[in-house]
Ligand binder design. Structure first.
Ligand code: HEC
Ligand code: HEC
Length: 323
């Protein structure tokens, strides 16, 4: 199959028939809420140790992930699973590898209270925030109450996360009709990606995030990682080893790959996907071309001005990093 190559850059040449679509920059509707959410995202005092923030494992300087096989939590505990990127996560149908949180706000409560992550409780987090006059003032300004709860905390974090989209990837420019935005090799990689069936699962604006699929369709996937995916949510045997199809946006930045972090490189990930999902062994050249295409999915990274966090007061509970 060949792609009709348009000769102009006019909007008329937008490639709407492709299974992948561009993502748009978000419009910020509640700037004060986003700003508060950003502070919370970076505030390590939401953890028992006073040391781990959302940004520890979703580092916005590194594609919104931690680039570790599995994350490190409270007291250097080994996490159970690879940390997915927070970039463009608002485009996912649900959050977590098994989709157990329906929304970003629902998700954000999880890590704070997870003993293997931030190891705090929601009550302690609220006590901490309410002990800081500047936070009380900000919550009042944004939500109209000083009696805020974990609901407002997670809504503010979600509002910030919704701004973490990465438009203007070179591939999006190509989708919008700019023929010169990607090279002949990258285009070939995309055609291989599309025509061999990767798009059955990795489609739409996020090239993923729309469904749960079995890891290992044609050949079983072998791993030491005990996580079983979607079955943890549905209890259905058919969902064993089904995981949320991850986004491929910014995938160049979010190594290592898969829920167990077992693939160190994109080349390995593409080889495994071809074999176990599609029964297809790519030649080294095909693999290189697909990897080249995947790298065109890196978009403008959010320009985050590091927030200055309000200081603790005399009443603020002190961190307990070693307990
Ligand atoms: C100790 C490391 C760690 C910390 C701290 C942490 N996360 Fe995560 N995060 C993870 C891991 C690991 C997963 C995947 C867990 C799973 O799927 O079971 C995850 C999943 C997510 C997801 C789902 C993304 C997707 O595509 O499914 C979002 C969104 C997210 N975290 C946001 C946050 C926010 C907001 C905070 C702070 C309140 C936070 N995380 C703190 C490690 C961490
Ligand atoms: C049947 C659905 C399906 C097909 C077809 C498929 N994938 Fe995947 N892909 C997944 C799922 C599910 C995962 C996550 C699996 C896991 O981590 O256990 C994944 C993960 C990936 C990852 C790792 C992303 C990350 O952040 O960890 C890459 C890269 C990838 N796929 C590329 C491809 C390519 C290239 C093709 C075509 C050769 C392809 N996929 C075909 C479902 C699919």
């Amino acid at each position: 199959m060949t792609v009709a190559l348009a000769s102009t850059h006019s909007p008329a040449s937008t490639r709407t028939a492709e299974p992948v679509s561009p993502i748009q920059a978000t419009e910020i509707r509640h700037p004060a809420r986003v700003e508060l959410g950003k502070k919370l995202f970076f505030d390590p005092r939401l953890s028992r140790s006073g040391f781990i923030s959302c940004n520890s494992c979703h580092n916005l300087s590194m594609g919104g992930s931690d680039n570790l096989k599995t994350s490190i939590g409270h007291k250097w505990q080994m996490g159970p699973i690879n940390s997915p990127t927070v970039l463009n996560s608002s485009l996912n149908v649900a959050q977590f590898w098994d989709g157990r949180a329906k929304s970003l706000a629902e998700q954000a409560g999880g890590p704070i209270a997870n003993p293997k992550e931030m190891a705090f409780t929601h009550d302690l987090a609220i006590d901490m925030l309410r002990s800081i006059p500047q936070y009380i003032e900000e919550f009042r300004a944004v939500f109209g109450t000083e009696q805020f709860t974990i609901t407002e905390v997670t809504e503010a974090i979600a509002a910030f996360e919704e701004t973490l989209v990465t438009p203007n990837a070179r591939f999006d420019k190509w989708l919008e009709g700019d023929d010169d935005a990607i090279s002949a090799q990258e285009l070939n990689g995309y055609q291989l990606f599309r025509n061999s069936g990767c798009v059955a699962c990795h489609h739409g604006p996020n090239l993923g995030g729309t469904s749960f699929q079995k890891m290992g369709i044609v050949e079983p996937y072998t791993t030491d990682n005990p996580e079983e995916g979607r079955i943890a949510v549905t209890g259905e045997d058919a969902d064993r080893f089904n995981f949320k199809v991850p986004t491929l946006r910014n995938v160049e930045l979010t190594y290592p790959y898969f829920h167990d972090g077992a693939a160190d490189t994109l080349s390995q990930a593409v080889d495994i996907m071809g074999r176990i999902q599609l029964g297809r062994k790519f030649t080294p050249q095909e693999n290189t071309d697909i990897v080249a295409f995947l790298k065109t999915l890196t978009g403008d990274q959010p320009q985050v001005i590091l927030p200055i966090l309000p200081p603790s007061s005399d009443m603020t509970p002190r961190p307990a990093p070693f307990e």
